[in-house]
Design a protein around this ligand. Structure first.
Ligand code: ZN
Length: 344
């Protein structure tokens, strides 16, 4: 497995919504419109981000998650079997946030496409490789309560089958990379090995496009920043799950290296995977320099061959101010070009 260009630049997926689409700098910014007007505004925003990513030299682009309110709920709200009125109080991500979550009260079924129109739109407007993101089954199960399946692993498999139907449709519409976001993988390490990776492989079954898993320590929001303070001087959570992920059928794994306490040497546990190195810090408003991006990548080069590395962001840029996100994308693209010039 290798990249076709050295050090392709990509993002973890989400990008800020423009002020005219949703309330800015929020994870759950309310939409400004509804119905056909909302759809038109979302398409305009996606088009803008495709152009900005291309101008910044991002090689594998996305629609910036402009069509969804939140990375998990944007998928779940189209799935049958979930009662949105029946809220259950739940400590999610191992009690990092206490929230009222909807409840699964019947079989989880995907009766219709969730993102087909979004993928079709994005594909029609860029010739770059297109990444499409979906929430991972374990992270979905950590964002919804179960009053039907009885075992979390069983509920995860049901969501994984629904995700697989969606992923196959996105692939057929031209997605080159389908990435599953699994921040829960850094929290429930035992369950990841027991059933989390199995569920992920079910979600990817039969796909011929690149498949990726994005694991992370979350957006740069207060609850996450506080949690990170409890994780000690070195964040070694990935070490526990990378050997199992390396044995899995997933093609790519991402991890965050910019301004984090993740030792980059942990990527030596992924000798058979493409690795997306997070070189853009999403918890800081400081815009990285291209030199800092390249330096962060050089740290990774000590542990993995250049052909297996991609330059990425630590996580989604969604909650950041617009101009800062644009600046970070430019630094990412410029850093990748610097590296290519030095290693080409
Ligand atoms: Zn993330």
């Amino acid at each position: 497995m290798a990249n076709d260009v050295l050090f392709p630049a990509t993002t973890a997926g989400s990008l800020p919504k423009p002020f005219w689409l949703a309330e800015p700098e929020k994870l759950w910014g309310a939409w400004r419109f509804s119905g056909a007007e909302l759809r038109a505004a979302q398409e305009n925003a996606a088009l803008l981000w495709l152009k900005i990513q291309e101008d910044a030299g991002i090689d594998i682009v996305s629609e910036g998650e402009q069509f969804r309110i939140h990375f998990v709920h944007g998928f779940m709200e189209h799935i049958e079997g979930i009662d949105w009125q029946k809220k259950t109080k739940m400590g999610i991500r191992d009690n990092r946030y206490i929230v009222d979550v909807p409840t699964v009260t019947g079989p989880v079924l995907r009766k219709k496409s969730v993102h087909a129109e979004d993928a079709r739109f994005a594909r029609a407007h860029t010739r770059r490789r297109l990444k499409f993101t979906l929430p991972g089954p374990m992270t979905i199960c950590d964002t919804v309560a179960d009053a039907y399946y009885g075992r979390r692993a069983d509920m995860a498999m049901a969501f994984a089958r629904a995700l697989n139907e969606e992923a196959r449709e996105l692939e057929a519409l031209g997605a080159d990379v389908i990435q599953f976001d699994e921040p829960a993988f850094n929290v429930f390490m035992r369950e990841v090995k027991d059933w989390g990776i199995d569920a992920l492989e079910t979600a990817c079954a039969g796909l011929k496009c690149r498949t990726a898993v994005h694991i992370c320590y979350g957006y740069g929001i207060e609850a996450n920043i506080k949690w990170k303070e409890t994780l000690g001087g070195q964040w070694r959570q990935y070490e526990e799950i990378f050997p199992a992920l390396n044995r899995s059928k997933i093609d790519q794994v991402s991890l965050e290296c910019a301004g984090s306490k993740v030792p980059v040497s942990l990527i030596s546990h992924l000798p058979d995977k493409i690795i997306e190195i997070g070189v853009i810090d999403v918890a800081s408003h400081a815009i990285e320099t291209p030199e800092a991006v390249a330096a962060c990548m050089r740290g990774a080069l000590a542990f993995a061959a250049a052909e297996r590395l991609q330059c990425s962001t630590n996580c989604g840029l969604a909650p950041l101010p617009w101009d800062i996100a644009v600046g970070k994308l430019k630094a990412l693209g410029a850093g990748a070009r610097l590296l290519r010039a030095a290693n080409g």
